[in-house]
Design a protein around this ligand. Sequence first.
Ligand SMILES: Cc1cc2nc3c(=O)[nH]c(=O)nc-3n(C[C@H](O)[C@H](O)[C@H](O)COP(=O)(O)OP(=O)(O)OC[C@H]3O[C@@H](n4cnc5c(N)ncnc54)[C@H](O)[C@@H]3O)c2cc1C
Length: 408
Amino acid sequence: MTAREADVLVVGAGLAGLAAALRLTAAGRSVRVLEASDAPGGRMRSDAVDGFTVDRGFQILNTAYPELRRIGLPDGLDLRPFVRGALLRDARGLHLVADPRQVPAGAGGLVTAPLGSAVRRALLGAYLADVTALPASRIRHGRDVELAKALRRRGVTGDPVEHFLRPFLQGVLLERELRTSSRFVAFVLRSFAYGDVGVPAAGMGALPLALAARLPEGTIEYAARVVAVRPGEVDIAGGGTRAAEAVVVAADPRTAAGLLGLRQPAMHAVTTVWHAVAAPPTRRPVLALDTEGGPVANSVVMTNAAPGYSPDGRALIASSVLGPEPVPDRLLRSTLARIWGVGTTGWQEVAVTWVPAALPALPGGSPLRKPVRLAEGLYVAGDHRDTPSSQGALVSGRRAAAAYLAGR
Ligand SMILES: Cc1cc2nc3c(=O)[nH]c(=O)nc-3n(C[C@H](O)[C@H](O)[C@H](O)COP(=O)(O)OP(=O)(O)OC[C@H]3O[C@@H](n4cnc5c(N)ncnc54)[C@H](O)[C@@H]3O)c2cc1C
């Protein structure tokens, strides 16, 4: 029998694994995190490319996420906020639609943006007011259907969907059809209403690095790929079995499903193309969205929010495209030229981050929480057990740890 090396082995040092390890060590348990790669963060990592900070796909933190509040935003993260709103591109120009509490000029966009008749605007306004005003418990216990259906039921159709909700939400949900759970979307919209959205000054990877630094030194073992899992035991690539009282599998959704014999979750894909430009097309830290149905889900001048993403005076722009297929460079550049209203031939490609398994799908009717205890001594965590978000990943890790601590 293999000697136990810790109370709990955690497989994976993404947000879920880190949250589990933090909760367990806070409760006085010994933990060993086995991470296949060379750093913590999983899908939330940043790389240095020619001096630029390039996240592994454009993503943001939202300070209204309850679990981020619970775990505590690390000191020194220096969250650089974006405008709570968007620039909407249509044939007439770019319309800034933003929370007027943050950007007074954003209120004007609500009038000029292509959102259709007064009745349609009022129905959209009523839907947004409802989801942001409802207590979280009402949303959690409410009826769940796919978002497209929930919107139709409320009469939110036509321009408000095509020119605002779909362009905005596709970049968050990483799907265009709005098949995602209406309750999850309500939580997302609430968090945009109540929190700041931004990126750490040093890149998204700064968050998991800071969380990992809260663990006792040596807790995380890198280059340790787990190839088989049993209750209280794992096998490592290259040989060797590790034992503990329990194992928490916090690998990415596909790997976790493979290791645990769970059903493979459907995953949404996204590619982010990073360009360096001499002069940014806007000085505002705000997402630009295409209301004309092009291939770009969103485009944003990262350095307007976080100047440290660039090593010199050039601006860094992140533009994201949904789906597993890359978009030909000419089409990407012509779409970006139309969205921003500037020439893009001089834009220099810095990096392309292709993430074929970025977010697990959460279709309407899905439970917002799935069980984390699989057997005695065997637990699972990750955004596929909760909502597809950093919030979901962190909650799932805490839940798995709590289930172990409670002996459930
Ligand atoms: C492009 C993109 C944009 C996103 N945008 C947002 C956003 O704006 N807002 C938001 O809230 N969320 C967003 N997300 C989602 C968020 O990043 C994830 O939900 C979260 O990071 C998932 O964390 P996790 O710990 O569940 O999994 P992961 O981050 O996948 O971590 C799993 C870890 O397990 C390790 N691992 C895998 N296999 C093994 C093995 N066999 N042995 C040992 N270790 C293993 C991996 O190396 C990794 O470190 C986005 C994600 C992507 C990719």
